[in-house]
Design a binder for this molecule. Structure first.
Ligand SMILES: Nc1ncnc2c1ncn2[C@@H]1O[C@H](COP(=O)(O)OP(=O)(O)O)[C@@H](O)[C@H]1O
Ligand SMILES: [Mg+2]
Length: 280
């Protein structure tokens, strides 16, 4: 695929409150979509645009409907075509790598692919994620970070126009997570998909995304467009964004109530790590 020149950062925000007709054809277009389980309405009259090649992060309290939205966009749950438009080529990475234990790593990456040369293609994808040396390994022998690299290779070999990531780094240690952030940005630049990253981690969202959304009561309740150049430093503007996003999530000051404690703990861990890196 062509190495697209990236605009970085995105300067024009496709407003989630805008009229149904966007300036350029969005990659994802959700219009008035409602999803209920029994009497519980999880997504409520939701509107969302994601532009081609845009990196969007989605924050929200546990149970706010993030995975429900992602599954809808992935086509794993049904949705009316006039309410949810997505590209044909999509791929999903979940928190667990979901590799088949009886298939070697490269066969997991090639799963479901047709055509010739799938072994070579799988190996090229594994090389891109820094895992060529593990292509003949069994999934059970991979570390958590390696398994997620394999999951990313399996997603990207399909050349998705929309890459859906559901807390893919949540189970990884802080150092591995930072390496995965760098990898995801590299892959995003090389393959140019639109990305929707679901995360609990405010700092992860600010570090990676062009735009951060907050899901609340079934709708996109807030958005922040991130204009910081990459790689992003934890500077004053970063911290101001963090404060605003934590505010949108209902976390104020240093004594948050449950369930947002996890967000703050996560943020503090990463900030401390980055600061150690800066001085070290
Ligand atoms: N298949 C389902 N059947 C019934 N309820 C569900 C189903 N999937 C999700 N829910 C409910 O919808 C709400 C949102 O879930 P989810 O999208 O997984 O939240 P999040 O990913 O933000 O933590 C939760 O209350 C959850 O229990
Ligand atoms: Mg979820």
């Amino acid at each position: 695929m062509a190495q697209a020149a990236r605009r970085d950062p995105i300067s024009v925000s496709p407003r989630f409150t805008s009229s149904p007709v966007a300036a350029a054809a969005p990659s994802v277009q959700v219009r008035g979509f409602t999803r209920a389980f029994g009497a519980t309405r999880v997504l409520h009259d939701m509107n969302l645009d994601i532009q081609p090649g845009e990196f969007v992060a989605l924050l929200g309290a546990s149970g706010s409907g993030k995975t429900t939205l992602l599954r809808t966009l992935a086509g794993l749950d049904p949705a009316p075509a006039d309410q949810v438009a997505v590209p044909e080529a999509r791929a999903v990475v979940f928190q667990d790598a979901r590799l088949m234990p009886w298939k070697k790593v490269w066969r997991n990456v090639a799963l479901g692919l047709g055509g010739g040369d799938i072994r070579a293609r799988a190996k090229a994808a594994l090389s891109e994620v820094g895992l060529s040396h593990r292509s003949e390994a069994w999934p059970a022998t991979l570390s958590g970070g390696e398994a997620q690299r394999a999951a990313l290779a399996r997603a990207l070999i399909r050349e998705p126009k929309l890459l859906l990531l559901d807390e893919p780094f949540a189970a990884l240690d802080a150092l591995t997570r930072i390496r995965m952030h760098e990898l995801v940005l590299k892959l995003w630049r090389a393959h140019d998909p639109a990305v929707l990253l679901v995360t609990h981690d405010v700092d992860e969202a600010i570090t990676l995304a062009d735009r951060v959304l907050v899901l609340e009561e079934g709708r996109i309740a807030a958005e922040e467009v991130i204009h910081l150049p990459r790689p992003r430093e934890v500077d004053g503007e970063f911290q101001a964004l963090r404060r605003r996003l934590l505010g949108h999530l209902g976390v104020h000051g240093h004594a948050p109530a449950e369930p947002e404690t996890a967000v703050v703990g996560e943020a503090a861990e990463l900030i401390a790590f980055r600061q150690r890196q800066d001085v070290g």
